[in-house]
Design a protein around this ligand. Sequence first.
Ligand code: AQP
Length: 332
Amino acid sequence: RPRVLSGIQPTAGSFHLGNYLGAVRQWVDLQETHDAFYMVVDLHAITVPQDPKVLRANTRLAAAQLLAAGLDPERCTLFVQSHVPEHAQLAWVMNCLTGFGEAGRMTQFKDKSAKQGAERASVGLFTYPILQVADILLYQAHEVPVGEDQRQHIELTRDLAERFNGRFGETFTVPRAYILKETAKIYDLQDPSAKMSKSSATPKGVISLLDEPKATAKKVKSAVTDTDTVIRYDVEHKPGVSNLLTIYSTLTGTGIEELEQKYDGKGYGALKTDLAEVVVDFVTPFRERTQQYLDDPETLDAILAKGAEKARVVAAETLAQTYDRMGFLPAK
Ligand code: AQP
């Protein structure tokens, strides 16, 4: 079976619809066909200031949401990044292989550091993509299911894998980004030119999966569209409506064309009312399942401990091989 690896940050408590449709939904599908490794990336979360209590709670909450979304610990390896120390160890190796200028070209760092004030951004935020490179290469992943915003980081991963293999001999699988065109980027409901994002300036435009369903319905109903009235998928001219159609289509499995026909001659109000119901029908059981996992922290922690044990076997083997290829003297 080909291998997949992906991760999600426990930064904000709730996942948003972009995280789910862009990434997590694919993770659930891929566990059926791939040897799948999924993790809560707490090491990535500390690249911005974190409260320890909140981080601990959000790490469990992220794992609970992944299980609620349909990850099955019998079908995939689900773990917490900091439980596998090899991530930080391989990241150091990868740091030493990355050019300063190369790292400086990562657009996510530019965006995120600009938000914080460039002077205040941590060095960890700067090297964030290199930790991600280590995450992926440790598991010899063939594919990495992510949203469009991660494409540049996967390219960096490919470059570094090839660079290492070229210098020290074949060691790493060169991975590919697994990005589904339709859901690669889910947009903010209030600003359909921006991606839906946890750190959005307008929480009104972000569908947090754990919000009160009523509040969620309200957000959908007040989504920004355009002054036209036609319900048509046209990303360039009608980004707001197109985003709503994408969400509707992926949550229900109905084709976009079919939706266009269904709403032919009807107003935006009808589309939004129906989509609000679709989203509420999705988030309501999701919230309940998440709560069930949270109510039983021992079981949750046991799942994560078992996952880390499985992950470490693979990670340790890759790291040992890497150290050996680089010329580190064996410890014993
Ligand atoms: N809007 C989106 N559309 C499609 N996919 C998305 N992803 C995030 N936003 C969208 C994908 O979700 C996965 C997990 O992302 P992450 O852990 O990097 O989440 P994050 O960065 O904390 O989430 P945000 O909302 O993207 O936060 P900010 O704004 O702080 O950076 C990834 O595969 C990502 O592509």
